[in-house]
Design a protein around this ligand. Sequence first.
Ligand SMILES: C[S@@+](CC[C@H](N)C(=O)[O-])C[C@H]1O[C@@H](n2cnc3c(N)ncnc32)[C@H](O)[C@@H]1O
Length: 297
Amino acid sequence: MAQEQQPQEQLPVTGEVSSIEARQATLQQPLRESIISPEKLEYAQGVISKDKAIKPFWVNKYKNEAAKNWDRFYKRNETRFYKDRHWIEREFSIFKSSEVEGEDNTINCLEIGCGVGNFIFPVLEINKRLFMYACDFAPHAIELVKQHEDYKQGRCSAFVCDLTKDALTDTIPAGSLDIVSSIFVLSAIPAEKLEASVRNIKEVMKPGGMLCFRDYAVYDAAQVKFSSNPGHMLDTNLYVRQDGTMSHFFSVEQMTELFEKEGFKVVECGYVHRETINRAMDLSLDRRFLQAKFIKL
Ligand SMILES: C[S@@+](CC[C@H](N)C(=O)[O-])C[C@H]1O[C@@H](n2cnc3c(N)ncnc32)[C@H](O)[C@@H]1O
């Protein structure tokens, strides 16, 4: 999975500015659409449509034990699993923008589901004006973030929070954030809890603030692999890994509907396709991610 989450595809660079109107004018360029071939798409759809959800008892167990299973994941893997996200500047140029208005010259940001900080520490390097809140529901992950050599007071603040039920406003002032990043996190949340999670995030964002999103997309090779080995499917497009952590695969339609309903403007939302070649195993994988930028209205 460490490899799976290292997107390399170059996307069109879009300009980010401070006002909603200006953003609307400049960010309407569509992302490059997935270039997966019709044959591969048909194959993926065929495999996935034949898969069936496991028994409701197990579905509920995995959903109820999500925080426990992620915490065990970090206890076991510590900081060894994910690689730093060094593509942030290329994909989400807003983090380096000097035009975001921030009180005291500070650009206030939050990374939801920050894990051990593979996104937050590279992003703090990009722009000295950034202050990053970082939350995760796995206490071991937050502990590792706090032990990082770049964890410095005045630049970041990490805290334990389950986005689906703990109010972010308990820690972050309402309406105060310029940027929120959601990087392979909402995929860990079952569909029925997404609306409450997005509402929670919206509460702490400024009107005009941007949410930067990157996550798994439908028909990704990982989804096809899950469905090729039945026993992983919990719900439509939702699967469980061997370690009990869950992974949802999103469509543009689902994300657009979710964020528009919760009061965001979709300025960019599209599939990113990347073919990964494993030469040792003579294997080619079609990875599909969904990348989006949403503005709080
Ligand atoms: C795939 S990891 C991504 C970590 C990080 N964003 C990165 O890019 O390296 C998903 C993270 O989301 C966290 N997570 C999942 N559900 C959550 C929830 N309901 N509230 C807070 N964090 C959650 C997990 O603990 C895990 O650290």
